[in-house]
Design a protein around this ligand. Structure first.
Ligand SMILES: [Zn+2]
Length: 667
């Protein structure tokens, strides 16, 4: 086994060996490769702003190099291709498509089988094999901007390793199944080997964690990085940008919340931050999903999975074994009627009993009282259409409710339904075209068959028909410099289906739906070529299709813009309660702020808006002088580091110097 990293050597060695030993568990532990990961040291600094994520989206071009020795046995390229790209549900490509809900597609771009000459004596190393692979790629006429992911396989001592996060992995042998690829690709997404909280204290229906629990190296049957068979868990998906803000959110308030099953419409992940830490209690629910995951009667298809996940420059999770008396580790979920109490975090969780789909639960934070699982839900709020409003073509119904609850909308003679998103908003686009005139509707929400709210008051609106106008693109701005995956925003008719296309060719690059106010936003996930590029958009609504709108020309660069820190100005004094950093970078990029010289200690992460402006508030900085730097990330690539910015945090309150509203554009 070859280990060539610094700080993590010992931990990785211990974890990798324990993974190999976890094979006693029938449902987990098929890691036939011991491995190591090339990781940044875990963050020790409290990260402000959003939960960090490093999205990997769209079609990714994969180069595979299967090195061939002239004097020794070799890895079979046909087997590697089968394990990576075949239609078998457990090929890496199929598995990633299923886990990402088709948001990430790993495409075979080139599979090379170069001669590596004579096999060197002793073990193979990254330092020897990667350069051989890179020479083969160069000889094939490819440069590094023409592919996104590198996979190298060569017959050596066995074992594998991968960047974490990163876009390359190496196998020193051939696996008996695709599992090694599912495991190593999890590392590439930024996921470390998970562990398990075992032997937690239990009293009646309540389990107490994490204080008093033992950290077991028995891994996670819901994550191939933990030796498991299940599809990548919710925290991995959130980190990889596969769950958007309607599908995943942070719980900061005591209340009732509902999870849909992973991969189903509605909220799929909730995160409860443990105070003062980069650690989140991550909640997900799975249901039988053949050929993936677990049978319907299995514990893992019934309850709520609870992971304690430290999220910074990578993800490190500890799965709660919520049934401490079970020593098979195959029944980890918190079942309906059970409670979890995390005394140190002041968090309580109660999984409610329901006979319907999904799982709802009560959460309390700040040591507050748990809400009642059996209380009748309140009437949902309605924000659109407003009472008496004129709506163009057909209405977009919208409002707020209990995250994950089902919304039933009674519209004149029919009933429609939708699900409240993870942020507590709901929306239903009515595509039925009715004659012009006045209509009425009312709504109610349900957590399960027996927990249904009263109806809202009846509201009236008036339908007016009209020709569809052209779509307006508000970002990128004409002439803007953007990365290869620009965020595009604009205005359209509420509920319209908006297509963004390359000008002249009218080839569709991205599609989205305008919200109830007519705003829309979509990220292009196919890599645009460097240089001048021009897009246009059009909309469809009620059987009509608009003309294409104006062409917007901008400049694409495969090199992300190094962020500029504009605020605070150099050497300024900043009040401790008002430390706001802001600046610019490539539109839509993730911005990470770190202390000078400590690249994996994230002080804050945030996302630049569609015109490249970002802003984040930092709490918890000590009084005195700080020097920070920033870097941008976008869909697997990153910028250089910004210039250092030095400022002094002082006790007094200094007038806020955030961005003026006028410079803020919609994200
Ligand atoms: Zn590993």
């Amino acid at each position: 086994m070859n280990i060539n990293t610094g700080n993590r050597l010992l931990t990785s060695l211990v974890l990798a060996v324990s993974l190999g030993c976890a094979a006693v568990n029938a449902s987990a532990g098929n890691d036939d490769f011991l491995d190591d990961v090339e990781a940044l040291p875990a963050s020790k600094v409290f990260t402000n702003g959003e939960m960090p994520k490093f999205p990997v989206l769209g079609k990714r071009r994969v180069v595979v190099v299967v090195g061939q020795w002239s004097n020794s046995s070799n890895v079979d390229p046909a087997v590697i291709r089968q394990q990576l790209f075949s239609d078998d549900p457990r090929s890496l490509r199929s598995f990633v498509l299923a886990s990402s809900d088709n948001k990430l597609s790993l495409e075979e771009f080139k599979l090379l089988t170069p001669s590596f000459g004579e096999k060197p004596s002793g073990n193979c190393s990254n330092g020897d094999i990667y350069p051989r692979a890179e020479r083969a790629i160069e000889a094939a006429g490819l440069n590094q901007h023409e592919y996104d992911q590198l996979i190298v396989a060569v017959a050596c001592q066995g074992g594998a390793n991968a960047g974490m996060p990163g876009n390359r992995m190496i196998l020193f042998g051939q696996g008996g199944s695709s599992h090694v690829f599912l495991h190593e690709y999890g590392h590439n997404l930024g996921v470390d080997h998970p562990r398990t909280y075992a032997n937690c204290r239990r009293s009646g229906d309540t389990v107490y964690a994490p204080e008093g629990c033992a950290v077991s190296s028995i891994a996670d049957s819901g994550d191939p990085v933990g030796g498991g068979t299940g599809l990548y868990p919710a925290v991995n998906r959130a980190f990889a940008g596969w769950l958007d803000e309607r599908q995943s959110s942070e719980i900061t308030k005591t209340g009732i919340y509902k999870l849909s099953a992973l991969g189903e419409p509605g909220p799929q992940a909730y995160a409860i931050r443990r105070p003062g830490k980069n650690e989140y209690i991550m909640l997900e629910h799975r249901q039988a999903n053949p050929p993936y995951d677990f049978p319907a009667e299995d514990n893992r298809s019934i309850g709520v999975w609870v992971r304690y996940s430290t999220v910074g420059s990578n993800v490190s999770s500890i799965l709660l074994n919520a049934n401490p008396e079970d020593t098979t580790f195959a029944k980890p979920t918190l079942l309906p009627s059970r409670k979890l109490i995390d005394e140190a975090a002041g968090v309580k969780l109660h999984v409610c009993i329901t006979s319907g789909k999904g799982r709802f639960f009560a959460v309390s934070v700040n040591n507050e009282r748990l809400p009642d699982c059996t209380a009748t839900p309140a009437v949902p709020l309605v924000t659109s259409p407003e009472q008496g409003q004129d709506v163009l073509i057909a209405p977009v119904f919208a409002g707020s409710g209990i995250p994950g609850a089902s919304i039933e909308i009674g519209i004149s003679d029919k009933t429609a339904s939708t699900i409240v998103d993870a942020q507590g908003h709901w929306r239903f686009v009515d595509n039925e075209i009715r004659p012009e005139g006045e209509y009425s509707f009312r709504v109610r929400q349900a957590l399960g068959p027996l927990l249904v709210s009263e109806y809202s008051a009846v509201r009236k609106y008036r339908v007016k028909h009209s020709e569809l106008d052209r779509v307006l693109i508000t970002a990128p701005l004409p002439g803007a410099k953007v990365g290869r995956y620009p965020l595009v925003t604009g205005r359209a008719v509420p509920g319209a289906e908006v297509s963004v296309a390359k000008s002249i060719e009218a080839r569709t690059l991205a599609q989205t739906e305008a919200d109830e106010r007519g705003n829309w936003s979509v990220k292009i996930t196919e890599p645009l070529p460097d240089g001048s590029y021009s897009i246009s958009a059009r909309q469809k609504r009620g059987g009509q299709t608009s003309a294409w709108g104006n062409n917007v020309q901008f400049n694409v660069s495969s090199t992300l813009e190094t962020p500029v820190i504009q605020i605070p100005e150099a050497n300024r004094e900043v009040g401790v309660d008002n430390v706001i950093l802001s600046g610019t970078t490539s539109p839509g990029a993730i911005v990470v702020i770190v202390p000078q010289g400590r690249p994996s200690d994230f002080l804050a992460t945030t996302t630049a808006n569609a015109v490249g402006v970002w802003e984040v508030k930092i709490t918890g900085l000590s009084l005195g002088t700080h020097t920070v730097s920033a870097r941008s990330f976008d869909n697997g690539s990153h910028s250089g580091w910004s210039l250092n910015r030095r400022f002094t945090v002082v006790q007094k309150t200094v007038q806020g110097v955030g961005l003026k509203n006028g410079t803020q554009a919609a994200k």
